[in-house]
Write a protein that binds this ligand. Structure first.
Ligand SMILES: Nc1ncnc2c1ncn2[C@@H]1O[C@H](COP(=O)(O)OP(=O)(O)O)[C@@H](O)[C@H]1O
Ligand SMILES: [Mg+2]
Length: 213
């Protein structure tokens, strides 16, 4: 079972991914939370380049390909082996973030992003995507309160983020069965309850489909 979290920075993805993993463990379901970009040695190097090397000028296509390289490594090195072991994998961002950020944010045609993402991931799709929706102002305020430094992605202008938010919302509209939209303004525990119920429901459904004659 592959579960992914999407949404803008500060929306609550990491919080929810960790909460879900903990609650699944209470049910005896082993899961692994993997973050993007990163999660592998190569990925951490790419993460450093993309998010912290503010001295580098990285053009949008190069940026997308670096994310894709990191993703390709993550899928083969981490995600597929864990799934093969029967674990539930919880991804903190996946290629939908590229559609939103590099596509809607930076203007790369989304068709190209989809094609290359399919290539990079071997066509691996999540069973469910939890899109944590939050307005930009609240997200920025939360990040400020958490004392997070502004990295390369966040230094970008507001217009860019409006595009990103629209991009996520269109991804959800295009795949209404795969996407579950959660309201990021709700308290963490309340959001987590909803995500947990939805996940358990989907795990049961997958198991039933497997056992069906
Ligand atoms: N539902 C919530 N309500 C209020 N604050 C939250 C909520 N979820 C997360 N936070 C806080 O907002 C900040 C960003 O959350 P985080 O999970 O790191 O977001 P993301 O991984 O999407 O960037 C953290 O300080 C976190 O404690
Ligand atoms: Mg996070």
């Amino acid at each position: 079972m592959l579960i992914t979290f999407e949404g803008i920075d500060g929306s609550g993805k990491t919080t929810q991914a960790e909460l879900l993993s903990r609650r699944l463990a209470q049910e005896g379901i082993t899961s692994e939370v993997v973050r993007e970009p990163g999660g592998t040695k190569l990925g951490e190097g790419v993460r450093e380049l993309l998010l912290h090397r503010t001295d580098l000028h990285i053009n949008p296509v190069a940026e997308f390909l670096l994310f894709s390289a990191s993703r390709a490594q993550l899928v083969t090195e981490k995600v597929l082996p864990a799934l093969k072991d029967g674990k539930t994998v919880i991804l903190d961002r996946y290629f939908y973030s590229s559609i939103a950020y590099q596509g809607f944010g930076r203007g790369i045609p989304t068709r190209d992003i989809e094609t290359i993402s399919r290539f990079a991931t071997g066509g691996l799709l999540p069973e469910v995507v939890f899109l944590v929706e939050l307005d930009l102002e609240t997200a920025l305020e939360r990040r400020r309160l958490a004392g997070r430094t502004n990295d390369r992605m966040e230094g970008a202008e507001l217009e860019f983020f409006r595009g990103v938010i629209k991009g996520f919302s269109e991804c959800a509209q295009n795949e209404p069965k795969r996407f579950v939209i959660v309201d990021g303004t709700e308290p963490p525990e309340k959001i987590s309850d909803l995500i947990f119920e939805e996940t358990i429901g989907r795990i049961k459904k997958v198991a039933e489909e497997r056992n069906a004659p």
